[in-house]
Write a protein that binds this ligand. Structure first.
Ligand SMILES: [Fe+2]
Ligand SMILES: [Fe+2]
Length: 271
C-alpha cells in the first residue's frame, strides 16, 4: 500500500475519499452538501509532498486582496450586512475544507480526532446553509462578491495537529466567539433581528468547536497561554485571535481557564 501511495487516491467510500472530494470539488452544490457520517477510515496516507488546494466554483472569484469590509456604521445598510454575511459564508467554507485538510494531513492522529474533524466540517457546512439562506432572502447569490482565501493562505503552515487546533480552533474559532457577539449587537442595533439571531446561533455552536480544539491541544501536549502562542505558525499572533471585548463567558464554556483568558486579553505582542 505504502509503495503506491504516490499514485493512487483513497479507496472509494472511505472517510479519506470523502474529505479529499469535498476539499477539491469545484461544484458549489457539493460544497454545500454535508459529508456522510460514519464512513470507514481506510488508512490511506496523503503523500507528504502533496499540497492540497481547495477547489473553487467557477462563479466564485478569488482575489489576492479582499476589498475592505464594511464599517460598523455602514452596516446600517442591508446590502452591507449581506456583503458581510457573504464573507462569513466563505469563512465557514474555508473552515469546512480545512477540517478535511487536517484529517488528511495528520493520518497518525487517533481516529476519534479525525472523526471529530469531519463532524465539525458538517457543522460548518450547515452554517454555510444558514448564511446562504439569509443571502438569498436579500437577493445575493454566492459569488456576487469576490473572496479571499485568507485562512487557506495561513493554516497549512501548521505542521502538527497540535499547531492546527491551536491556530484554527483555539485561535480563530475562539476569536469568532467574540466577533459573533459583537456583530449580533450591531445587527440588532440596526433592526436586523434575523441577522443578529444568526450570529447568536453560530456563536453558540462554535463553542463546541473551541472546546474540541482546547481538549485536543492538551491531549497532544502540555502548557498554557505561552505554549499556545508558541504553537502558532509564524507570523500569526494572538493579536489576530481575539475580538474586543473578549467574550469570556463563551470562551469559559469552551473550557478555557481564567489564567489563559487573562493572558489573551492583556497580550500586547512580542517585545
Ligand atoms: Fe461555523
Ligand atoms: Fe467552527
Amino acid at each position: 500500500m505504502a509503495s503506491d501511495a504516490d499514485t493512487t487516491g483513497p479507496p472509494e467510500g472511505s472517510a479519506e475519499a470523502a474529505a479529499l472530494r469535498y476539499l477539491t470539488t469545484r461544484d458549489l452544490e457539493e460544497k454545500q452538501t454535508p459529508l456522510p457520517r460514519d464512513l470507514p477510515w481506510s488508512g490511506w496516507r496523503l503523500p507528504v509532498a502533496t499540497k492540497l488546494a481547495p477547489g473553487r466554483p467557477a462563479g466564485l472569484e478569488v482575489v489576492a486582496k479582499a476589498p475592505k469590509g464594511p464599517s460598523a456604521g455602514a452596516l446600517r445598510r442591508p446590502e452591507a450586512r449581506a456583503q458581510l454575511i457573504h464573507t462569513f459564508w466563505h469563512h465557514e467554507l474555508q473552515a469546512a475544507e480545512l477540517f478535511c485538510w487536517a484529517a488528511l494531513r495528520f493520518p497518525d492522529t487517533p481516529e476519534e480526532f479525525r472523526r471529530g474533524l469531519l463532524a465539525l466540517c458538517r457543522d460548518e457546512i450547515r452554517h454555510m446553509g444558514l448564511y446562504r439562506d439569509y443571502l438569498a432572502d436579500h437577493g445575493v447569490a454566492i459569488g456576487d462578491h469576490p473572496v479571499r482565501d485568507w485562512f487557506w493562505e495561513r493554516i497549512p503552515r501548521c505542521t502538527t495537529p497540535r499547531a492546527f487546533v491551536a491556530t484554527l480552533g483555539i485561535g480563530f474559532e475562539g476569536g469568532n466567539l467574540d466577533h459573533t457577539r459583537r456583530f449580533a449587537e450591531i445587527f440588532r442595533a440596526h433592526g436586523d433581528e434575523r441577522g443578529a439571531e444568526l450570529q447568536d446561533k453560530v456563536g453558540r455552536e462554535e463553542v463546541a468547536h473551541v472546546r474540541f480544539a482546547w481538549r485536543w491541544f492538551h491531549t497532544f501536549g502540555d502548557g498554557g497561554f505561552d505554549a499556545w502562542a508558541e504553537a502558532l505558525p509564524d507570523p500569526l499572533s494572538p493579536l489576530l485571535m481575539r475580538g474586543r471585548p473578549l467574550h469570556r463567558a463563551a470562551r469559559r464554556r469552551a473550557g478555557i481557564d481564567e489564567v489563559f483568558l487573562d493572558a489573551l486579553e492583556t497580550y500586547v505582542g512580542q517585545p
